[in-house]
Each structure stands twice: as structure tokens, then as C-alpha cells.
Design a binder for this molecule. Sequence first.
Ligand code: SF4
Ligand code: SF4
Length: 109
Amino acid sequence: MASTPEGPLDRRGFFSRGFAELFGKAAEAVGERVEDVAAAAGLRFPVVDAVRCLPFRDVACGVCARVCPVGEAALRLDERGRPVIGGACTACGQCIDACVTAPSSLQSS
Ligand code: SF4
Ligand code: SF4
């Protein structure tokens, strides 16, 4: 794989857009919500629960960001260490499972 900084991110972005379009078309074809089609396919898009997530209470964490296989384009920490989900997320669900709180502070949508 090329090692230029923008190369891998560009490919991830392309994959993510293609991914979103695919599920958008599938949902339209069957008359269902995109979230329902994605769930049926076993995909889990994370949504941050600001009540549970530790950095929202000024407790350092960031475990979710460390396990994300895509990297900052999918899950980055903001200046206060709070997780932010990005457009390159592939909905693998690994961050949801890795979250240190119970139940997870990353809810599947
Ligand atoms: S679902 Fe997967 S790709 Fe998306 S932010 Fe979580 S770990 Fe990263
Ligand atoms: S692992 Fe859970 S508690 Fe920690 S930053 Fe990520 S979402 Fe928040």
C-alpha cells in the first residue's frame, strides 16, 4: 500500500461513499430505512452516548479510538478526548464492543 498520508484515507473515503450509496440503494429498493437494511446485514453504526461516555465527564479514556481498524477518518478524539464518528466508518462494531462502560457508550444504530 502506498505510504503517502492522503492515499489510504482517500481509499477509505471512496470505500465509505460507495458503502453508503450501496445501502441507500438497497434500502430504497426494498422500501426500508437504511438503518434497518444495515442492521439486517449485520452492520453496526456507532452513536456516541454523551451521558455515559467518560470524557464527557472529564475522565480520560479513548479506548474506542485505539481499536478502530480504520483510524481517525472513522473515529477520532476531539480536543477534549471525546469520540467523534467520521464518514469513513465501516460499521464493523468493534468500538461498540470495546467501550469500557457497561452498557457501551457507543450505541448501535
Ligand atoms: S464501527 Fe468500526 S470502523 Fe466504525 S468507528 Fe467503530 S471501530 Fe471504527
Ligand atoms: S471507550 Fe467508551 S467511554 Fe471510552 S471514550 Fe470510547 S465511547 Fe467513551
